[in-house]
Structures are given as C-alpha cells and as structure tokens.
Design a protein around this ligand. Structure first.
Ligand SMILES: Cc1ncc(COP(=O)(O)O)c(C=O)c1O
Length: 384
C-alpha cells in the first residue's frame, strides 16, 4: 500500500479571508473583528461571555488573577498536559498540585482531585486533553462540595461539547488556545469564556488598564480576530471530518490486540478531536517498547509521537526562581501512578491534522500498526 497523504495542509483558509485581513489591517484601532469573534465564540460555547486574548497560557493566568488566586493558594491539575497549563499557575503565583488521570481517557478524575484537596486549594484546572471533555459533572460536584473553583483548560478543545452544551460554559471559566497547531488558529491567540459577569468585567478591566485594575496588554489583534472568524466558518465541516475519521480509525484498531483507541465519548458529548491517541499496550507486544513501536510507525510515514513527559519531570519547576516567587515548593514526587505508566509506556498521538486526511490514511495507519509489530517481532526474534 503506497503511503497516503497523512500530512494535511494546515491551516485551511478561504480566499475571502484576504479581504477581511486587509480591512482589519486598515482599522487596527477598531474592535469590529474582535467584537464579532467574541460574540461568535461565546455562542459556540453556550457561554455568556468570550474574551479574546494573546494566547492560551495567558488566558489561564488571567482567569486565576481575575479570581484573585495567587501566592499561598493551591491549584490542582493533571501532570499529563502541555507545560503551559502549569506555567500559567506558576506565573499567577499559585502552587500547582498534581492529581492523577484516568487510565483510559488520560483526563483528570474527580476521585484523584478529591484526594489532594487541602485547606489551601482554591481551584481545579481540568485539561480537556486532546479535545476530549473531562467528566465535568463529577468535577463540578467536587468543586462545589469543597467551595473551590472549577476552571477548564480547553486549549485543545475548540468546539468541544459536554452534555449538549459547549465545553466553555462549564465551571467558572474556560481558556482556549489559537496557537498554530490548534483546531482554530491565528498563529497565536487565545480566549476565555465565562458565564460570570463579575469575572468578565474584571478580566476586561485588566486587559484595558481600566481604572481600578492592574493591567496587562495581553490582547488579541484585529488581524488575528479576522483570521479566527474565517477559521470559525470552517470548523463544523472540519469537525465532521475529524469525527468520522476518528470513529473509523478506532474501529480499524479494534481487532489489533496491542494497540487501542480511547473509548468513544457519550452521545451528547463532542470530542473536539485535536489529538487522536493511540494507546500502545507494551504488555501485549512481547518485549517491544512503546518508544520502539512509535519510532517504527514514524519511519513508515505515520505522524505518531510519544506524547508528553510528566510535568513533574521538568527541572524548571523546582528551580530557585519558581520556589522564590511561589514562596513554596512544588511536590514533584506525586502519587500519580497512571500518569507515570502511560507517559512512559503507553501514550502516543497522531499529528493534530491526521484526522483531516482521507479514509485511506486511516487504513494505512491501522495496517502500519500490524506491519510494525510483525517487523519488530521478527527483528527481535532474530537478534536473540
Ligand atoms: C493543554 C494546553 N494548555 C495551554 C496551552 C497554551 O496555549 P498557548 O500556546 O496559546 O499559550 C496549550 C497549547 O499550546 C495546551 O495544549
């Protein structure tokens, strides 16, 4: 089977975008595109407010600062996420605390969160990993029970839906990223969604140096907003394709014992399908490791990588600057066995555009998984 195109051109644009970019460029002081983008992004998320900002990291930081969470406070997050999730907490001055993830979805769980709550906990940062909605219902219950905030890091979950409502409408607020790999992009960019009028006012005040607010110019530009509006138009079609391909690939992987897809989401949820995880089961690979398997897939032209290192591995989290600014140390030896195992032995993901390719690409990926196993088994057997 010839290698099909699994390197989809990204991002996709319509030609009409040029006119709006030119219009935005001639009216840089305006808010026409930002206002329209915020209106439509709030609508997409079934949220009352959307605030455009510079990027997804700043979006989390602004939410925390808006809630007056900082030095001395603890914020719970999963150790299996992009480093920006934790950087934002540290930049806000709060102490991050790790809670383990679910073995099949890699998302944080209510049970693991509850096990690390202390009198200093102020918020949970639930990462919608790869675009899969976390169990927001259970997380909300825990947040409510302990009087803490539930915040969503939905950087990877643009257009995600949970229980029939946009993912950005859950918890006190959600953050999004429009960095260039994301499902909606302006190269860089971010947004916050919230149903809380007070938080909306406060963050807008910070972004505009309004009287009574310590401000920071972490705003999105008119040109970026024009690009995002063009991208929003394409989201429904892209999401349809991503979902169809993801379901097809999951089915193709089903009979292969040593790899699996994550479980499909519930009927009234929408997985935003930023990342498709292939779980590699080392225990069924007869001595072949996840890393060897992934490298061999890549050699065959399948854009598969081994995913995140656990955040607690990063030496920067325990350096003097961090400890001094938090007035605290981060516990980098947490009890998170699931993250420990999956990050070193199981997780791998396809490039974010893989699900935008054609059906033959899905077939090639599944076939490559079988071939890689056979080839590696042979070479291992031969070496013994
Ligand atoms: C889970 C997660 N959180 C936060 C971010 C930060 O977003 P940005 O790169 O726009 O700052 C990213 C993306 O890069 C991400 O994947």
């Amino acid at each position: 089977m010839a290698v099909p195109n699994i390197d989809h051109r990204w991002p996709e644009y319509r030609d009409s975008l040029i006119d709006s970019i030119m219009d935005a460029a001639e009216n840089l002081e305006g808010r026409k595109y930002r206002d329209e983008f915020e209106r439509r992004f709030a609508q997409l998320n079934s949220a009352k407010h959307a605030i455009a900002c510079a990027n997804g990291t700043v979006a989390i930081e602004l939410i925390l600062r808006g809630l007056e969470i900082g030095r001395g406070d603890e914020v719970i997050l999963p150790p299996y996420t992009f480093i920006a999730s934790i950087s934002a907490i540290v930049f806000a001055g709060a102490t991050p605390v790790f809670a383990d993830i679910h073995p099949e979805t890699y998302c944080i769980t209510a049970k693991s969160v509850e096990s690390v709550i202390t009198s200093k906990t102020k918020a949970i940062l639930a990462v919608q990993l790869g675009g899969r909605p976390c169990d927001m219902e259970e997380l909300s219950k825990v947040a409510e029970k302990h009087g803490i905030y539930l915040i969503s890091d939905a950087a990877q979950a643009v257009a995600g839906v949970y229980r029939g409502k946009g993912i950005g409408s859950y918890g006190i607020a959600a953050s999004f990223s429009f960095q260039n790999s994301k499902n909606l992009t302006s190269g860089e960019g971010g947004a916050i969604t919230t149903n809380c009028d007070k938080l909306n006012e406060k963050i807008r005040g910070m972004l505009s140096f309004k009287e009574g607010h310590i401000g920071i110019d972490d705003n999105l530009s008119e040109i970026q907003a024009a690009v995002l509006l063009g991208g929003l138009d394409l989201i429904p079609e892209q999401l349809k394709k991503r979902t169809k391909n993801a379901k097809y690939l999951a089915k193709l992987l089903e009979p292969i014992p040593y790899v699996s897809a994550m479980p499909l989401v519930e009927e009234n949820d929408t997985h935003a399908r930023h990342l498709f995880f292939i779980r590699i089961h080392e225990d069924k690979l007869g001595g072949i490791t996840r890393d060897e398997f992934t490298a061999a897939m890549l050699k065959k032209g399948v854009p598969l990588v081994t995913g995140y290192f656990p955040l607690y591995d990063f030496p920067c989290l325990t350096n003097n600057y961090v400890t001094k600014s938090l007035g605290n140390t981060i516990n980098c030896k947490p009890e998170t066995p699931v993250c420990e195992y999956i990050s070193r032995h199981e997780a791998s993901w396809l490039s974010p555009t893989a699900m935008l390719c054609e059906k033959d690409a899905m077939e090639y990926i599944a076939k490559a998984a079988c071939e890689v196993y056979e080839e590696l088994s042979k070479s291992k057997g031969g070496a013994e």
